[in-house]
Design a protein around this ligand. Structure first.
Ligand SMILES: Cc1ncc(COP(=O)(O)O)c(C=O)c1O
Length: 383
């Protein structure tokens, strides 16, 4: 059987050979615990410092602002719970299209969702109206994982800057911070924190051809968080547990490769995605692409096939060697329609007729032709 056509890069990316190479020394030779006191361990500690420095450079941050975590779920939880627990009674605002790993921790506190437009972009006027004197944190993802919608983060940052100045004038001492979940963004967008204007940012190694369970929470200097995991006090007291130099080195290498290639890769993947969507529009009557091309990451096509059950279509595609997703991987096992699509105004039925195809490093035109032809065969047999 020929190789399957993998169109689920939003769920997982294969580790690049250069990344595996960067990890290798720390698996066996340099296995030492960086907190130990003999020379070899001190050397490991210096290596970890270097890895942190390299990740910091890619994000335009200082090394002490980089907290290594086990993925983006943990980074999102550390950001939201680490702030929320310190300020009982304060409010958290999240966009209505956030990933579950932002929604669930936000729900532990007094939180509200900011509505989005039909393309999944946050409504800035609604955000502005929802911000109150008690708002502590606004969390808006950089790139949505189901539709690929890119959020107007710099406008959100400007609004928050304005609120901060107003608070200072009024003598309101409650801080207000901006967090972004950038888990889906690293391959195509600039992750420079000061250009983005964020105070907290989550990065995910497993989506940028690095190891799974590797991630970063960027925490702007001066911002105090409470740790979720306490113990030996590693990661500046914010994330106890013996550090994994292999995971950190893999993530830093993946970040370096992704950020340096993002211009060329964006162009390549955009042209493949546009080709895919134009073939679908041409050949599959009634198929509609969600989101707007102007504000969409190159790697995601979210397509509604009117009247078709997405779970069934997904399985039939799989039988024909095409791997894609119905919504996010995390909610794949639930029967609930996507909260992202519903927030964009799609009906339950339409949400349950929608598939996500996500492209990546090994995607070719030929693979996309195979996927379109499999879709045609299935849908024609249905009608
Ligand atoms: C936008 C977004 N945030 C957070 C996560 C969670 O990442 P992980 O499961 O690797 O912790 C994902 C994973 O799909 C994601 O797409």
């Amino acid at each position: 059987m020929s190789q399957p056509v993998y169109l689920d890069y939003s769920a997982a990316t294969p580790v690049k050979p250069e990344v595996a190479e960067a990890m290798r020394p720390y698996l066996s030779q340099e296995f030492y615990n960086p907190s130990a006191i003999y020379l070899a361990a001190k050397h490991a500690k210096r290596q970890l410092d270097g890895i942190r420095q390299s990740a910091a450079v890619q994000l335009g941050a200082k090394p002490a602002e980089i907290i290594f975590t086990a993925g983006a779920t943990e980074a999102n939880n550390l950001a939201i719970q680490g702030l929320g627990r310190q300020y009982p009674g304060a409010e958290i605002l999240i966009s209505a299209v956030e990933h579950e790993s932002v929604r669930a921790p936000a729900e532990l506190f007094d939180s509200r969702e900011v509505p989005v437009d039909e393309h999944g972009r946050i409504l800035l006027n609604k955000l502005s109206n929802l911000i109150s004197d008690k708002t502590l944190l606004v969390s808006v993802m950089l790139v949505n994982n189901e539709v690929g919608t890119v959020q107007p983060l710099s406008e959100v940052a400007a609004l928050i800057g304005h609120i901060r100045r107003q608070r200072r004038e009024k003598g309101n001492e409650l801080p207000i911070y901006l967090h972004t979940d950038a888990a889906q963004a690293g391959n195509y967008f600039d992750l420079h924190v000061s250009r983005l204007g964020v105070d907290l940012m989550s990065v995910n190694g497993g989506k940028i051809y690095g190891p799974k369970q590797s991630g970063i929470l960027y925490v702007k200097a001066g911002l105090k968080l409470w740790p979720l995991i306490v113990g030996g006090g590693q990661e500046f007291g914010l994330r106890s547990g013996t550090e994994s130099l292999a995971a950190a080195a893999g993530l830093a290498k993946a970040l370096d490769l992704a950020q340096n290639a993002r211009g060329a890769e964006s162009k390549r993947v955009t042209s493949l995605r546009d080709y895919f969507e134009s073939r679908i529009t041409e050949l599959i009557p009634g198929a509609v692409t969600n989101g707007t091309k102007n504000h969409r990451s190159p790697h995601i096509s979210n397509i509604t096939f009117d009247g078709v059950d997405n779970e069934r279509l997904l399985m039939e595609l799989d039988e024909r060697g095409v791997q894609c997703a119905a919504g996010s991987a995390c909610s794949a096992s639930s029967d609930e329609p996507s909260h992202v699509l519903m927030a964009m105004g799609l009906s339950r039925e339409m949400a349950q007729s929608t598939l996500r195809f996500s492209l990546g490093a090994q995607t070719t035109k030929d693979q996309l032709d195979k996927a379109v032809s499999a879709l045609r065969q299935i849908l024609q047999a249905d009608r």
